[in-house]
Design a protein around this ligand. Structure first.
Ligand code: UDX
Length: 471
């Protein structure tokens, strides 16, 4: 039977906030705790601090009924049956995950606990963190019968976070006791029984009442590893295809054809085989480094992850060199930049390859005119406006009088630009596409010189390159 639970979520970042509104959407009562008073005030007004599809709707839907925002962790610990820890785990200087926020939260829970509570880690944390939380609780005098610690990693992607949460490929619960397992099964029952998908108000997605997500019960340690290994594997796929794209570029083959050919093998799969300027974001760079660190710490050789990171760094440099060879020199050149977010559909610029590249071009004395549909405000904090760094109102403004136009983020709306208009307002019609977003043949039809990543050159260029550069 499905039953309402009172859930405390500690931390209202991407994972915490999305989890909070989605648990409310599943019918649970949610107390969302954050130490940032201004964020709590904003959320109480029903305003979403991040750009995420469906988040505003779900906030509005549940604001006055199933969800409340507070700074009081002690009170939440007293009232909630389950406490999800979703605070940040940033990378510290050594590359390992900084768990000081998790530590502080666990200690505070320990001081406030009155009856049995299930503590669930939802932040991405290294294996053994659950064990470590257990020790913090015991060290603070909490008896073992008063709590369990579980791991319930989240696999949501920014931009599609709400739909990913409610229509997951799988739900992983890492539990070491039946009591914890029962509670977590109840949390996700609306998804695993399919009752949520029968609702007319349900957020649309891939799941239906007849096609519900599987729920995997594992040990807490296995769940922690599943999360790190999943992200590291996906990052590895991206670095792999990026190296293959460099081979394509060297011989004049098209990486898009090659990706499709590889990906249609079901054992490999099509997703995460898009070549470009490398991965960024708040998860992949941090999680690959943290997983590598965990392996090293345990005495396990995992040089593969070093390579994944190295390829990712090199991919940006390659793109930089590609732009330089197209322009000959950088100083005084004007570059139109389309996209600053680490990927399309989000305003997040953390570890964005686009931001890194803009910095590199600015250092060379280029003038940048950048446009991003959502990330310009955030970008302006790290790349302040100046005579060299300008923010444009739209893509056309960014392209005006530019010596080249660079596509650095895969925003859908860049595909639908009026290329005829673009080619007329640029100084030189050169497009260098770091995301392979645009169709080379269409671009050439509009008179652009088009360069992508690992994409075959135009037929006449191909012949020349091939003839002279045969190994
Ligand atoms: C990722 C994981 O996908 C998600 O499961 C986890 O919970 C958090 O980390 P996210 O960081 O939101 O999600 O972005 P994602 O869509 O995975 O993309 C990460 C980066 O890889 C982006 O910079 C993206 O542009 C890049 N990428 C992705 C590629 O370069 N090629 C691809 O084929 C896919």
């Amino acid at each position: 039977m499905e039953e309402q639970l009172t859930i405390g979520i500690i931390g209202s970042g991407y994972v915490g906030l999305v989890a909070a509104v989605c648990f409310a959407e599943l019918g649970h009562y949610v107390i969302c705790v954050d130490s940032d008073e201004s964020k709590v005030a904003l959320l109480r007004q029903g305003k979403a601090p991040i750009h995420e599809e469906y988040l505003p709707q779900l906030l509005e839907r549940h604001q006055n009924g199933l969800i409340e925002f507070t700074t009081a962790l002690k009170e939440a610990t007293e009232r909630a049956q389950i406490l999800f820890i979703a605070v940040g785990t940033p990378q510290d200087h050594a590359g390992t995950a900084d768990l000081s926020y998790v530590d502080a939260v666990a200690s505070e829970i320990a001081r406030a606990i009155t009856g049995y509570r299930l503590i669930v880690e939802k932040s991405t944390v290294p294996v053994y963190t659950s064990e470590w939380i257990r020790r913090i609780m015991v060290r603070n005098g909490v008896s073992r019968e008063l709590f369990d610690v579980a791991s319930n990693p989240e696999f949501l992607r920014e931009g599609t976070a709400v739909a990913d949460f409610l229509h997951p490929d799988r739900i992983v619960i890492g539990v070491d006791s039946e009591r914890a397992a029962v509670l977590l099964r109840r949390v996700y029952a609306p998804l695993t029984t399919g009752s949520y998908y029968r609702k007319t108000s349900a957020i649309p997605g891939a799941r239906t009442p007849d096609h519900v997500p599987p729920l995997f019960e594992t040990s807490t340690k296995a769940a922690e590893i599943i999360k790190h290994a999943s992200n590291a594997f996906l990052a590895m796929k991206i670095s792999f295809i990026n190296v293959v794209s460099n081979i394509c570029e060297a011989v004049g083959a098209d990486i898009e054809q090659v990706s499709q050919g590889i990906g249609s093998d079901r054992r490999i799969g099509n997703s995460f085989l898009k070549a470009g300027i490398g991965y960024g974001g708040s998860c992949f760079p941090k999680d690959v480094a943290a997983f590598r660190y965990v392996a090293e710490h345990l005495g396990v050789e995992f040089g593969l992850l070093h390579e994944v990171e190295k390829v990712n760094r090199e991919q940006k440099k390659r793109f930089f060199r590609k732009v330089r060879s197209a322009l000959w020199t950088f100083r005084g050149k004007k570059l139109g930049v389309l996209g600053l977010a680490f990927k399309g559909g989000t305003d997040d610029i953390r570890e964005s390859p686009a931001i890194d590249l803009v910095r590199m071009f600015l250092e060379e004395g280029c003038m940048i005119s950048a446009y991003d549909p959502a990330a310009m405000e955030r970008a302006s904090y790290v790349l302040p406006s100046s005579t060299h760094m300008m923010y444009a109102e739209d893509a056309y403004e960014a392209a005006r009088d530019a010596d080249a136009l660079l596509v650095l983020t895969d925003w859908q709306e860049f595909i639908d630009l009026d290329f005829d208009r673009l080619s007329r307002i640029m100084r030189y019609p050169v497009v260098i596409d770091g995301r392979n977003l645009l169709d080379p043949s269409v671009m050439r039809r509009y008179g652009f010189t088009y360069l992508g990543v690992g994409r075959a050159a135009a037929p006449q260029e191909k012949e020349a390159t091939f003839f002279y550069n045969l190994p």
